[in-house]
Design a binder for this molecule. Structure first.
Ligand code: 6R9
Length: 720
């Protein structure tokens, strides 16, 4: 904890304290006159919802939100079971809607929702929407890497494809509860594979196709899949990535370590690589196109208990080993569908595009399950957002008439930078790449993955959304399954950079509603803070979308998330609340770095570096980066007798690329003859962070170091 305290920064200057009874009055300011009064009264940037938008929104006002929020926290069982009843259940859950223990002092951590209920999420995504007359509606618009290359599937067609694959998996011995690793890029086959697993009760584990073969081995060894689904290669921008080679290497390595995979189902992505050019192992590899289309398009659903596992998704933590976050079926289904509907104000006429990859949680909950459960039309994009030029996103928005656009701050920042460059280069029109397209269809924008700073928020709002579209800045995590804090578009004024208020059922805000005694911004001793404050973001009660355990490691689950502040789930994030009750996420306070919205553990990168034969020791910190948000900054101590060279730097970076993946490559290697350590040998990361960000006059107390001299050495080597 002391390390976390050092890392916790308050980025927002909080001024006078406003009595909280005034709060709801301010939040109701949706008419123009009220807005002006509100603006004048406030000392920061504020955006008032457009009245027309509010009138048509699912939640048209802050009052309505409060009414629903109040119900959701006072009667969670009633609130959520009413929503759950809108889904198809083969058998309804028992008398108890949920049971929970989030207090480690009271025994095993346990969360269950709708236990005893029998359902199937694939059935609810597809069959149910088809039964209600949406069979001919487009489920997926697929946009390839190359402009002009596209395809689409209606709900009927998607169901056929899913059933064929589900039948193939069944024929090959995949049963309920078995795990399946999916290592695919953003082809339609990726959501198809997820849904096919769900249909037969198999547990999918999607591995982001940017992970290296070693990372894949780690995941294979942990979840021991019956089969691996992949494709031969993918094009991203101008690059061709040979995925099959990566999988081959991983399967070879895992069989050496005792886990042999007998079947590798490979989709032939011939636009990226010809079948003939793909390395092949006859007894193990099968082309998807040779077998799946032969299977029947009818596949009975495997009804599963609401608490049966749906998927595993590995994420980074503060130790080297990735954590297998386990989500179950019923609660996750209800939660992703509901959060999607409200946070984007989803209507059946919307066309929705989320730029995330299905390899991350955002792609699970908000490319696949959440939108499909709502019967939405989803755009799935294979390529890179700046290929062939930085206007690609807006071309896609216009092509499909996208109404809801959900992306990450890192993309906003990079497009903002390119927009600025274009303006200088061509001097044609303001933000050329953006304004060359109409974007008229856009209704709601969304942001996820890291805090969005007010400047990028403004650009996203004013330029991309033409000052017309509310931005849902959604705070959540792999572990939470779905949104925990987000503006509801049209319901209340927005402050650029604030995630505003909690979603229904997120029980904790005493300052906003005096009757809810579950506050959860806590200080370092775990004391709950009220009103204007800054501390650690914790959650006191369960919600349907919560993860249930870390696969095969209940103990790690309990110690990582529930022991820092007994009685709470600790998110790992810092958060402050301003005088109006708005929440501002301040970033991770643990050893997790957020690079372009990707979570990377410092320990993982450190172990990848020390695997290099010439590296004796490494310490990794995150530093601010203009586009990526944070980047990886590594201090490396070489073994005796090794001198710094450009070749060595390159091969250290390569070591990280091979052991984890290219997205985790350090931006900077800082040569370190020694590392600042306490007398007990603990590396003082606080000092390293200051050196890395060149805040040299803020190094603080270095007297407790075993050898204070190393700090001067590091400063001398800073720009070498
Ligand atoms: C969904 C996702 C989770 C971490 C989380 C936090 C950061 C996500 C954010 C945000 C500020 C937001 N984060 N959304 N920080 N504002 N709107 O990204 O899951 O990959 O597990 O990362 O991302 O630090 O703890 P995941």
């Amino acid at each position: 904890l002391p390390a976390m305290v050092n890392n916790l920064t308050t980025t927002h200057h909080l001024k006078s304290t406003l009595p909280y009874n005034k709060l709801s009055k301010k939040l109701k300011a949706v008419t123009l006159q009220e807005a002006i009064a509100f603006k004048n009264d406030d000392d920061g940037d504020i955006v008032i919802p457009n009245q027309e938008f509010s009138q048509q929104a699912h939640v048209p006002s802050f009052e309505k939100y409060l009414e629903m929020y109040k119900r959701s926290v006072e009667d969670p069982a009633g609130f959520w079971s009413e929503i759950a009843s809108e889904f198809y259940w083969k058998k309804k859950w028992g008398d108890q809607v949920y049971s929970e223990n989030l207090d480690i002092r009271k025994g095993k951590i346990n969360i269950e929702w709708f236990k005893g209920g029998m359902t199937n999420i694939c059935y609810n995504c597809l069959d149910k929407n088809i039964d209600s007359g949406n069979g001919e509606k487009i489920a997926i618009h697929w946009e390839g890497n190359e402009p002009g290359l596209d395809g689409s599937l209606t709900y009927n067609q998607l169901l056929d494809r899913v059933c064929q694959l589900a039948n193939y998996l069944k024929e090959n011995g995949v049963k309920k509860g078995d795990s399946v690793i999916i290592y695919l890029p953003m082809l339609m086959e990726l959501p198809i594979a997820m849904l096919a697993c769900a249909r037969i009760g198999a547990v999918h584990s999607v591995v982001f196709a940017g992970f290296s073969s070693e990372s894949l081995v780690q995941r294979i060894m942990d979840c021991k899949p019956k089969i691996v689904i992949t494709c031969n290669a993918v094009r991203r921008g101008t690059k061709v990535i040979n995925l099959k080679d990566i999988v081959d290497a991983a399967l070879l390595e895992s069989s050496k370590e005792g886990t042999s995979i007998g079947l590798c189902l490979t989709y032939a992505n011939e636009l990226a690589m010809k079948k003939e050019a793909t390395k092949w192992q006859k007894e193990r590899d099968v082309w998807w196109q040779d077998v799946v289309p032969e299977c029947s398009t009818k596949c009975d659903v495997e009804w599963v208990d609401a608490e049966d596992p749906l998927f595993l998704l590995y994420t980074s933590g503060s130790t080297g080993k990735p954590k297998g976050v386990l989500h179950t079926t019923g609660g996750y289904m209800v939660y992703t569908a509901t959060t999607f509907k409200y946070a984007f104000d989803y209507k059946p006429s919307d066309i929705y595009w989320c730029t995330a990859d299905c390899g991350w949680i955002t792609g699970h909950s908000y490319v696949s399950y959440g939108p499909l459960l709502n019967g939405a039309t989803v755009v799935v994009f294979e390529g890179a957002p700046n290929y062939p030029d930085p206007g690609r996103c807006w071309d896609i928005v216009d092509k499909y008439k996208v109404t809801l656009f959900y992306t990450a701050p890192t993309l906003v920042r990079s497009l903002m930078r390119d927009g600025n460059e274009a303006r200088i280069l061509f001097d044609l029109s303001f933000f050329f790449y953006v304004t060359r397209r109409s974007r008229k269809s856009l209704r709601v924008l969304g942001s996820v993955g890291e805090p969005i700073n007010p400047k990028s928020w403004r650009w996203f709002y004013d330029v991309v959304g033409d000052s017309r579209c509310p931005i849902s800045d959604t705070w959540w995590q792999t572990e939470t399954g779905g949104f925990m804090m987000t503006p509801l578009p049209g319901a209340w004024p927005q402050k650029p950079g604030s995630t505003t208020f909690p979603f229904f059922g997120f029980r904790y805000i005493s300052c906003l509603l005096s009757y809810v005694k579950c506050p959860a911004i806590v200080d370092e001793k775990g004391k709950e803070l009220e009103g204007e404050c800054s501390g650690y973001l914790c959650i006191k009660h369960s919600w349907p979308g919560a993860f249930r355990t870390l696969y095969g490691d209940q103990e790690r689950y309990e110690t990582t998330y529930f022991s820092a502040f007994p009685g709470y789930y600790f998110s790992g994030d810092g958060c402050s609340r301003d005088k109006d009750g708005y929440h501002w996420l301040t970033g991770r306070v643990d050893d997790v770095i957020n690079v372009s919205g990707h979570r990377i553990g410092t320990a993982e990168v450190e172990s990848a570096l020390v695997l290099h034969p010439q590296c004796a020791e490494a310490a990794v910190v995150g530093v601010e980066h203009e586009v990526k948000g944070q980047c990886i900054y590594a201090f490396v101590t070489p073994i005796e007798g090794v001198e710094y060279s450009e070749d060595l730097r390159k091969s250290l970076v390569l070591s990280v690329r091979t052991h984890i993946g290219a997205f985790a490559a350090p931006e900077k290697i800082h040569w370190a003859p020694g590392l600042p350590k306490t007398r007990s040998g603990k590396i003082m990361r606080r000092i390293l962070r200051k050196i890395a960000s060149r805040q040299l006059d803020e190094l603080g107390d270095t007297s407790t170091l075993a050898d204070p001299h190393v700090v001067d050495q590091l400063i001398d080597l800073a720009d070498k």
